[in-house]
Design a protein around this ligand. Structure first.
Ligand SMILES: Cc1ncc(C[n+]2csc(CCOP(=O)(O)OP(=O)(O)O)c2C)c(N)n1
Ligand SMILES: [Mg+2]
Length: 1108
């Protein structure tokens, strides 16, 4: 299809999964700007291109997918230089698109023209002008491919004005996952030999290890082998720093506790290190420690870094191979290192309670660490404080302390925090800047306020370029040229519409942090923190070197005989290798025997290497473990057929946390094929007779009944749903299919006489329902069986072909239904069940061949999907914060309590209609409250497979942590915890709160966890008004005896369903179900979903029945 090149470019970017473009358009971008107008990509206009570049780079850093920035030609493009270098050096995938004057014919001479492509050359991996509209799609694909490939970095495309408007029919290039080569077996073997032979091997984790699978593999490596680890600045948090094997971070290149450990080590396993990071330590010729370099690519040789062995290939896989190939050695000696770690931990406490004001940096770090939740994100600018954060701020999760130890640029702190807050609106995000660095991009406060970001900005004010002052002083230069005058930061923040605060005593700081991070007020907040570095600098310059020289081992360990043997063996050729030409000998000068040459491994040997890995920062990827015999493999269903093109999706037993099954994961091509097949199947589906459709539905009912326990156990495992509830859900699946079977034979139409006026004389009509066409179905994790059934069964009943995407955490239920359907008599292409990653899933929303998308899930995703779904019909079943009103004790207290407790806590509150808010009439409040607490306290928590368990794990630990944070926030705002309030891994206790602030997240948002709040009320009217004071409106429950009040509630409540004398959590599968306001659009419930999946057609009949 011929389209403007700028339109095609936007489509190509959408195809890459790009969600945001940051930048400032110029007149040369107007075509592209216009094309973005109707795109799913959000344009974020900033106040400086540099900030846009930093934001795009941070998207790359946090997601592994390229972030995109846009500018005009010349001045806009040159403003990108610093952020391009930032992304390029640090390894963040980022793409810049810049405009240019027309290249074919221009009337403006050389006005504003700079050769941007050449300008970008030294600071990007790829830079090109798009000289023809036909090339737009291939160049976008190539640029993104290059940006994301290891080592990720910056890329640039220039889109000239006349090319942007050129009409082209360039096709979009599909994105496919690329498997990375894995490390060569002999290199692994030698690495293992060296590590096992060493006396004190240490692990050093660098920036390149910050990839999702690598994090996991490294964690297992240190758990199992107990090898102590240090990190570079950008390797912080890859493995939790709460780990007993964590020693510290090399914030400095020498003279810190970590260097004592390194001096004591005879071997360092450097994982993901690149010399672009400031050296974590300095290697010396002929001396220990020896270094094994483990990375995606070989080591750049440098005076400070020249490893003796290189293990090149996918890091996660290499670490896994090493782990399984080696055992903890009895001769490994860490006694000295453990003592050093104890000393370091003591030293890290120095200054954390210091009362002095302006504040000491150690106390700032410590107070902030206490205030930020484990998954909160702290984004540093560049200044003196960075050293203290790197040394003292313990990162417990990856990507929670973002600092730049590559370009080390000032000015990135605020924009990077803005990008983090944009990507993760639920997380606490803090920017930490010096007064100098903050002012370099402070204009972006306006962008942050405009975007309504939740963000806290700390400006550490020493009225100086403190870091340079430190160096100036240490080098004994005169004090000169580094002092600053600053604006009033509080007023400055307020002038942008942000909140401004100033710390005036050291004690005030943590209170302000609590208020800004955990208070109920959202938005952008700035805290000016006066800081004094004099004493801290003295520690770095004088105290620390003294302490370190006292404990530093006088000599480096010798290379033991066994390590020397293991190292030499690296180069010993095997028989068959000896026959091949040898590579040149490795250049290293240890006082040991000269190494012999390494030769290449044959392809045949390579093939036996097992697990494949594709490790990106965020993507869902393969776990590089061998197939255990008890891990069941599920195929996916593509056009009615079981296929297993891969086993990429791990299904975790939510109780044990172990991989219990695997299934195939579909890519965009599979989804495309499924939709094409569904489209093709439509006529045959529509032509099926009612009894044939009924027979298919009945077959599902019969088979599920026969395999009842198998379904229940699978559900219990994959969802962590207590077995009692799992059985309940299987029964509901049966009910839903039974109702659909019954409804399938009574899709009645209407007859109407139309002779209502002279004009219509002789007319009559028939109105009938016809299948709407292929249906896209996205089902959630909390009811993987019955909510999939609520989409699948109505589609079968009316004859719509469909493609289901089950939740990737709980795909088994839908796959089991798929397995039954694959044996039913359905036209080819009638259905597909395709688990897939979120990126690939976009086609479920955007593909125009779907005529309806039926989504059940979170409001944020649902409404975003609606905005992107184009012309198709959309049904959204979203969340809520359901309320229950207790006006009367009816039929008795025991029943009310039993129902509310069930409604609030069954399946740990992970239901859209779980009871979250309970309003109780004042006079009976204490009685009901007491009884509820007593009953909730009896609920048993534990293994969901245990028949007695009521509270199982939440779907993921991160969810339990979210609830923990929300409850803490509510408590900070005055809430009282009447029961529970504790987390243990993925478990969260049944929790009852009182006096919850109306602005608290746990009140306003959907808790989706085992938490309910109690509130007394005076009048029934007030109670109903309270229920309505919510952005959601799914269902409500009312215990009431007065019929008038019951009807008043039915008429006044802004919800999709009212349950009288019951909790809102009741759903009957034949009844209409859905919400108003933020809770959704349209109704499910078999017959109502069937209505959505059909469209009316009227046949108007004129003068029929008259014979000539
Ligand atoms: C863009 C940029 N310009 C200059 C520098 C050199 N530099 C590094 S730290 C620093 C001082 C930072 O001052 P401030 O932000 O106030 O933090 P402080 O060190 O005072 O805590 C300077 C000028 C740099 N890293 N980046
Ligand atoms: Mg400063």
């Amino acid at each position: 299809m011929a389209r403007k090149a700028s339109d095609v470019m936007v489509k190509a970017l959408e195809n890459e999964g790009i969600q945001y473009i940051f930048g400032i358009p110029g007149e040369e971008n107007l075509d592209l700007l216009d094309s973005l107008k109707n795109s799913t990509i959000k344009l974020i206009v900033t106040r400086h291109e540099q900030a846009a570049g930093f934001m795009a780079a941070t998207v790359g850093r946090l997601t592994g997918k390229a972030g995109v920035a846009l500018s005009t030609l010349g001045p806009g493009a040159t403003n990108f230089a610093t952020s391009a270098a930032y992304a390029q050096l640090a390894g963040f995938a980022m793409m810049m698109i810049t405009g240019q004057k027309p290249i074919r014919k221009s009337k403006q001479g050389s006005f504003q023209i700079v050769d941007i492509v050449e300008n970008m050359r030294p600071i990007t991996k790829f830079t090109k002008q798009i000289a023809d509209g036909e090339l737009v799609t291939s160049l976008v694909r190539e640029a993104i491919r290059v940006a994301e490939e290891e080592k990720p970095g910056a890329v640039h495309l220039e889109l000239p004005e006349d090319i942007a408007e050129q009409v082209t029919d360039a096709e979009i290039f599909p994105v496919h996952p690329v498997r990375r080569p894995i490390a060569e077996a002999k290199a692994i073997r030698k690495a293992i030999d060296m590590i096992q032979a060493a006396t004190t091997p240490l692990l050093l984790i660098g920036a390149g290890a910050n990839r999702k699978q690598t994090q996991k593999m490294l964690r297992e490596f240190v758990d199992e082998l107990e090898i102590p680890f240090v990190t570079t600045q950008m390797g912080k948090g890859v493995v939790t720093e709460a780990h007993p094997s964590y020693l510290g971070c090399c914030a400095l290149s020498a003279n810190d506790y970590e260097h004592v450990c390194i001096q004591r080590a005879d071997l360092i396993i450097m994982v993901g290190h690149d010399v672009v990071e400031k050296p974590p330590f300095i290697m010396q010729h002929g001396k220990t420690p020896l270094v094994i370099h483990v990375h995606f690519y070989s080591a750049r040789v440098d005076n400070v870094y020249f490893p003796q062995l290189e293990v090149i290939g996918d890091i996660a896989n290499a670490i896994w191979q090493m782990k399984i190939g080696m055992a903890k050695q009895p001769h490994w000696d860490y006694s000295f290192i453990r003592k050093v770690k104890e000393d370091l931990e003591q030293h890290l406490l120095v200054g954390i309670d210091d009362e002095r004001f302006p504040m000491m940096p150690q106390r700032i770090v410590s107070d902030l660490r206490k205030a930020v939740p484990d998954d909160g994100i702290v984004c540093l600018d560049n200044g003196m404080y960075k050293i203290w954060f790197a040394r003292c701020y313990k990162a417990y999760e990856p990507n929670t302390l973002l600092l730049d130890n590559a370009l080390a640029t000032m000015g990135a702190g605020l924009p990077s925090a803005m990008a983090a807050a944009l990507l993760y609106p639920k997380k606490k995000v803090v920017a930490v800047c010096g007064d100098g660095g903050f002012m370099m991009n402070s204009q972006e406060l306006e962008t942050a306020v405009r975007l309504d970001l939740n963000l806290t900005v700390l400006v550490l004010n020493d009225n100086a370029y403190g870091m340079i002052k430190w160096k100036q002083n240490a080098a004994k230069f005169d004090k000169f040229g580094l002092d600053l005058h600053n604006p009033d930061f509080v007023k400055y923040a307020e002038s942008y519409g942000a909140k401004g605060y100033r710390v005036t005593t050291a004690d005030e700081f943590s209170k302000l942090l609590q208020q800004c991070l955990h208070g109920c007020e959202k938005g952008v907040k700035l805290i000016e923190v006066p800081v004094c570095y004099t004493w801290a600098n003295h520690i770095l310059d004088h105290e620390l070197p003294g302490i370190i020289s006292d404990i530093m081992p006088a000599t480096k360990p010798r290379i033991s005989h066994s390590l020397s043997m293991a190292t030499n063996e690296v180069q010993k050729p095997t028989k068959e290798q000896g026959e091949r030409p040898a590579s040149p000998p490795l250049q290293f000068s240890l006082p040991v025997q000269q190494p012999e040459p390494i030769t290449e491994t044959s392809e045949a040997e390579r093939e036996v290497e097992k697990p494949e890995v594709n490790d990106t920062v965020e993507a869902e990827v393969v776990q590089p473990e061998p197939e255990e015999s008890d891990v069941k493999i599920y195929p996916m269903y593509l056009a009615n057929k079981a296929v297993t093109p891969n086993t990429d999706l791990d299904i975790i037993d939510k109780y044990t946390g172990k991989v219990a099954a695997r299934c195939a994961s579909a890519g965009p091509c599979d989804i495309d094929a499924a939709v094409a097949a569904a489209e093709k199947a439509l006529p045959a589906m529509a032509a099926m007779a009612s009894y044939e459709r009924k027979a298919v539905l009945e077959k599902v009912v019969t088979e599920v009944k026969a395999r009842f326990e198998e379904f229940a156990q699978a559900l219990c495992m994959e969802a962590g749903k207590p077995i009692r509830d799992s059985r309940g859900e299987v029964q509901r699946l049966i009910d839903t299919f039974t109702i659909a079977a019954e409804e399938s034979v009574r899709i009645y139409g209407e007859y109407a006489p139309l002779d209502i006026s002279e004009r219509c004389k002789g007319y009559q009509s028939l109105v009938r329902r016809f299948p709407i066409g292929p249906v896209s179905m996205i089902s959630p994790f909390n009811f993987p069986l019955n909510l999939a059934a609520h989409k699948i069964a109505p589609a079968l009943a009316v004859g719509c072909p469909f493609v289901v995407k089950p939740a990737s955490r709980t795909p088994i239920g839908a796959l089991m239904i798929g397995e039954i359907l694959s044996r039913c008599n359905l036209p080819e292409g009638a259905f597909s069940v395709l688990p897939c990653s979120r990126n690939a899933a976009d086609l479920f929303v955007t593909d125009e061949r779907f005529k309806l998308v039926s989504f059940t899930g979170s409001p944020a995703i649902g409404w975003d999907m609606k905005a992107r779904s184009g012309k198709k019909k959309v049904v959204l079943e979203l969340g809520g914060n359901a309320a229950c009103v207790v006006e009367d004790i009816v039929p008795n207290l025991e029943t009310i309590v039993e129902r509310i407790i069930h409604g609030a806590f069954y399946q740990s509150g992970q239901s859209c209609i779980s009871v979250q808010r309970v309003y109780i009439r004042e006079e009976i409040y204490e009685t009901v409250k007491e009884a509820l607490i007593a009953k909730a306290g009896t609920l048993l928590k534990g293994d969901p497979k245990d028949e007695k368990t009521f509270i199982g794990p939440l779907i993921a630990e991160s969810e339990a942590k979210r609830i923990e944070t929300w409850v803490k926030e509510a408590v900070n705002c005055g809430a009282k915890v009447l029961l529970g309030g504790k987390r243990e891994g993925a478990f969260y206790d049944a929790t009852v709160l009182e006096n919850v602030h109306p602005e608290a997240e746990i009140h306003k948002e959907e808790a989706f966890g085992p938490v309910m709040e109690l509130t007394p009320y005076k009048t029934f009217k007030a109670a109903i008004a309270n229920v309505n004071q919510s952005k959601f409106g799914l269902q409500a429950g009312v215990f009431v005896t007065d019929l008038n009040k019951a009807f008043y509630a039915f008429e006044q409540l802004e919800v999709g369903g009212v349950c009288i004398n019951d909790v809102p959590s009741m759903r009957i599968d034949s009844q209409p179900y859905g919400g108003v306001k933020e809770s959704g659009l349209g109704r499910e419930g078999v017959r109502y979903a069937m209505e959505d999946m059909t469209e009316l057609r009227v046949m108007i009949l004129k003068d029929v029945g008259q014979l000539a």
